[in-house]
Design a protein around this ligand. Sequence first.
Ligand code: ZN
Length: 235
Amino acid sequence: MSLNLGHLAEEWGRGFLRDPGQYFAARKLRHCTVCDYRGRFMTGPGRRERRCPNCGSRERDRIIGLHLRRTGLSVAGRRVLHLAPEASFYRQWRGMPGYVAADLARTRTSERRVDITAIDFPDASFDLIICNHVLEHVADDRRGIAELHRVLAPGGTAIVSVPIEPDRQATWTPPPEMPKADIERLCGYGHLRLYGRDFEDLLRGAGFAVAAVVFSPAENDLHRLADEIVHVCRK
Ligand SMILES: [Zn+2]
């Protein structure tokens, strides 16, 4: 683990403004699967102990970090498309040959504009795609998944996650006349639907072989993963 003192100071300061009570609460020692930090996590929006103070990772970053660690899957030496990049990973991976950090708009953590429903790359351009908490914001998610399949090389892997309600079997799409504010209240900020366990079928429908990776209660606790699921899609 390398300590990022500048980032730690920033997170601790922000944490004090956001939730001073957290410093007096019982917080467990956690482990960050992105940067290897071991220590106490910080409050993030809506939840205590969400953020790693050393790299700023959230639950959604750490599920990817844990999957990469467990499988030994490395970004180095691969053609990688990272969509809506998490800052914690972007800082580690930027500048690597073959690594493309892309988002719908230009952001601090992306170098290229890419619309997931019309990815501006030829077929089979990437060995690894990371698409984490993106599709719930995309109106035509089927088209987006079809595009992920198209630009992935045969033998490649796409790591896809969306927020899924574990008890929900079928994905719920709001009726077209529902006001945006009501949709956001029900589905989450900027989210267009509530995915259920049938999300896997959507991925399979595009031609992927899919494995849902569910983490154990002990892993959820140690790394603070919020029961998120990673879908590993192979072509
Ligand atoms: Zn970290």
